[in-house]
Design a protein around this ligand. Sequence first.
Ligand SMILES: [Zn+2]
Length: 484
Amino acid sequence: MAQIRLTNSRTRTLERFVPIDASNVRIYLCGPTVYDRAHLGNARPVVVFDVLVRLLRHVYGADHVTYVRNFTDVDDKINATAAARKAAGAPGTLEDLIAERTEETIGWYHADMDALGAARPDHEPRATGYIAQMIAMCEGLIAGGHAYEAEGHVLFAVESYRDYGRLSGRSVEDMIAGARVEVAPYKRNPMDFVLWKPSDGDLPGWDSPWGRGRPGWHIECSAMSHDLLGADFDIHAGGNDLMFPHHENEIAQSCCAHPGSGFARVWLHNEMLQVEGKKMSKSLGNFFTVRDLLDQGIPGEVIRMVFLGTHYRKPMDWTEAKREEAEKTLRKWRALTNGVEPGEIDEQVVYYLGDDLNTHGAIQALHKLVQDIYHHEKIERGGQGSVLVKSSVELRAKLKASAQLLGLLTDEIGEWAVTASVDLSAYADALAAAREQAMATKDFSAVDALKSMLLAAGVEVRMSKAGVDLSPKPEFDAAKLEAL
Ligand SMILES: [Zn+2]
């Protein structure tokens, strides 16, 4: 079995990954708050950890991995968006408008992440479906002395959990000094965070022992992961901007609510995304959503390839040059594997992915496979035997299967690279007929002329005893095909 090593943020070390239960490897990724389109940075963890899930399924079996990613569908930003629509005269109650906004955003999210070739998780829980579990968790935390009620709020008492701050490596004192802490008179300690808060007016709310209210953000992930994955599970992942306070708070709540459990064993955090060396921000005018790029005609597969060119623990710089390079490479790889059934997966690719998800290394291994293919093609053209022809087909099949482990060269996201559909069968027939005639007359000039015309038009010509095989290359230009 291939070995997987991952850098665990909790221990700050590269550890050999050993699942709690190899027949059910469990992973949780913090999903989006559904109030607007996902920006490019939001998509990075989705793509990166999609590769991890593919690797886990490859190593432990497709049916032995459970992948959960939530939707936060109760949040003040969603409420604000809906309220703005209502103020602008949109019909319906605020509740209707909130529901409309979340449905719309979830639809967008699915479409955008599908376009990037990210497989849908096994479970996509919505926070509003788990309110009862969140209330039960709050009650348990109060009973255990880890939380308290104050003015309709339920707050987690950070001093009740000794390890608070361990994930992000901060002490409570440092956090108070460095963080923008919401100071509220009902808090015992400024770092105490909200588990439950009151809802008034027409804001979404649920009945609870503390009055009508709604959950705080952090408790959602704790309640949903517990319900779907259990108190202890293997991997919890997210962007490193979530490490504090979100993940720190998830750990505190979950470990205190379920004494004796350690919550997630391995914590993985991806670094942030930049654009042309600068932080993406609305004020710099370099802020864009995944949809913006797709609408500009940049294929989702190209975005995915650019993402995977950088290791997940390093800042990822989105540049025009990388986009161009990725597109060129993918066109070449797609042309090489067009119509080929995926074969064996290259061990080198598995090795690199198992080495702390070294996607950059895995892509280098794919480039190496392409070099091998070209090398064999050259020998084939030199007129060597059929064994070598076979090996080249096998290499193409290997390239396709190995790239698919990274979610590249899959059918779902390949539409963009389909070269202008062109029927080359008439040319193949003509070439075969010309060759047959040449065998008899020993005059190959007609064969050569036909071949050079096809090559000039960017057609790959393969002639073997079995027949003539023509396929358009990335540089194929139909205008250069001469009529027969
Ligand atoms: Zn979360």
